[in-house]
Design a protein around this ligand. Sequence first.
Ligand SMILES: Nc1ncnc2c1ncn2[C@@H]1O[C@H](COP(=O)(O)OP(=O)(O)OP(=O)(O)O)[C@@H](O)[C@H]1O
Length: 234
Amino acid sequence: MQVLNEVHLSGLKKSYMRQAALNGIDLHMKGPGMIGIVGPNGSGKSTLLKLMAGLIRPSSGQVKINNERITRRSGETTAFLSEDDSLYRFLTVSKTLQFFHETVPEFDLTKAERMVTELKLPLDRKVKHLSKGNRARLKIVVTLARSVPVLCMDEPLSGLDPLVRQDILKMIIRYADIENQLVFLSTHEVEEVEPFLDQVIIIQDGEVALFGEVETLRQERGMTVTELMREVLA
Ligand SMILES: Nc1ncnc2c1ncn2[C@@H]1O[C@H](COP(=O)(O)OP(=O)(O)OP(=O)(O)O)[C@@H](O)[C@H]1O
């Protein structure tokens, strides 16, 4: 896999109809590691992730990963985990892995099968009969099995109980290729995610209110990301 060096966002704007969702974002990010995208409801977190994954087009500006402009055909560069239920309910766990193997670029079936075995997910059970926690784990499995430089995870912890959330965070750390991949993760659970983050982007009203290395921000500002976020968004 190509080792990720940089993600460049320049003049990135996105409007839906006439409603602005992102108002011009300029960021230069270097991986590898985990970057948290946090901010209030409707601030533009999902929009930013979808733009980086090439799932939607910017109204203006651009996303470049390792100097290559991201387009809808950038499936070999980024994987996207949707907040919505993105699995086929009638497929079994095993058929789900097979389906992703056949349809998705850079899908490492051996890695996916290893994760499913270690997580004790029932191979022959249909997705619709899995518990909510196990469905969330399977979604993470099919994302983490992608050998691509950038993983974009939109609210992977949403709607899950605290024990499952902790489990999923540990899963991401354990199975993401953290030495090579850059993992973006949007969340409202800032306090829970903070210990796992290398960098953080705080978004407000479609603009970057703060971006930096978590450790540097803590040292320079003497505050946790959660406290900083409260201050920035106050
Ligand atoms: N497909 C769409 N059509 C029209 N408006 C949209 C669409 N997607 C998002 N928006 C609007 O764009 C703005 C940013 O939405 P976005 O989903 O990116 O925010 P978010 O920070 O991820 O929100 P949340 O935390 O609630 O998931 C919001 O005002 C939202 O209503």
